[in-house]
Design a protein around this ligand. Structure first.
Ligand code: AMP
Length: 251
């Protein structure tokens, strides 16, 4: 069984985001980019499944401009067997990404498609659900535990919901999206970084996959959140209580 993992290149989670002066988006020039943290978890899970003998191959897929290949190389250094780069503009909407992933699923025929539950740049949390809908495959979103049964061809997915834990049983092939608690992704070791350089990355364009790039969304404006007001240092507990009573909204 093959596993496809969708990995997105995003601004590194530790970078302080700056909005462009013209408010059309956020600054990405000369900014550290990394693999979306939820995608690292998705890849880690796929690698663990392969290492336990339940899958034969892990394919990392990214959709984006040429620099996205760096993210694929990171995925290959973590242990993915090969990569697929779909050369496309930055900022495609989740439906377009889902259509591209669907086309790749039809080429590769994986038993599992694993995605992050959300990308930390757009926080959409839509792609996994959309691709499952387009493929008509069962979906286990926000997975915090995944157990595969190769013989029965099912995946048992535990997911955190408001009231506790929900356990789903999905017939394979299926789509899984990963939550933070699923696993702790590994670091790429130096020998694996070297090995990754010779792993195969296949390239496609959206046109080759017969996906039309169009958006029904327009970003009108991106603005910074309001600045936090500076605080005051109180000189005594009485002053604090007074402020809490008279100036703060304490229920
Ligand atoms: P989103 O729906 O945008 O929050 O993204 C959810 C997940 O979809 C991500 O964690 C990735 O697994 C996948 N994904 C979204 N955009 C891309 C992309 N450009 N390339 C590869 N995977 C993507």
């Amino acid at each position: 069984m093959k596993i496809i993992v969708a990995v997105k290149r995003v601004i590194d989670y530790a970078v302080k985001i700056r909005v462009k002066p013209d408010k059309t988006g956020v600054e990405t020039a000369n900014v550290k980019m990394s693999m979306n943290p939820f995608c690292e978890i998705a890849l880690e899970e796929a690698l663990r499944i392969r290492e336990s003998g339940l899958a034969s191959e892990v394919i990392a897929v990214t959709i984006g401009p040429s620099q996205s290949v760096d993210t694929l190389r990171t995925g290959l250094a973590m242990g993915a067997d090969r990569g697929i780069h779909v050369d496309a503009a930055i900022g495609l909407n989740p439906l377009t990404i889902a259509k591209i992933l669907k086309a790749l699923v039809h080429i590769e025929n994986p038993g599992l498609l694993i995605l992050g539950k959300q990308a930390i740049d757009d926080d959409c949390n839509q792609t996994g659900q959309m691709v499952a809908g387009l493929l008509n495959w069962p979906q286990g979103t926000f997975a915090s535990k995944v157990i595969l049964d190769k013989e029965k061809q099912v995946a048992t997915v535990e997911r955190e919901v408001d009231g506790g834990l929900e356990t789903l049983c999905l017939d394979l092939p299926a789509v899984i999206t990963t939550d933070l608690r699923l696993n702790q992704p590994r670091y790429a070791t130096l020998p694996n970084i070297m090995k990754a350089k010779s792993k195969v990355i296949k390239k496609y364009t959206p046109e080759e996959l017969k996906v039309q790039i169009k958006s029904d969304l327009e970003v009108v404006q991106v603005t910074e959140p309001p600045k936090r007001k500076t605080g005051v240092i109180v000189s005594s507990v009485d002053e604090l209580i007074d402020k809490l009573k008279n100036e703060a909204c304490v229920i």
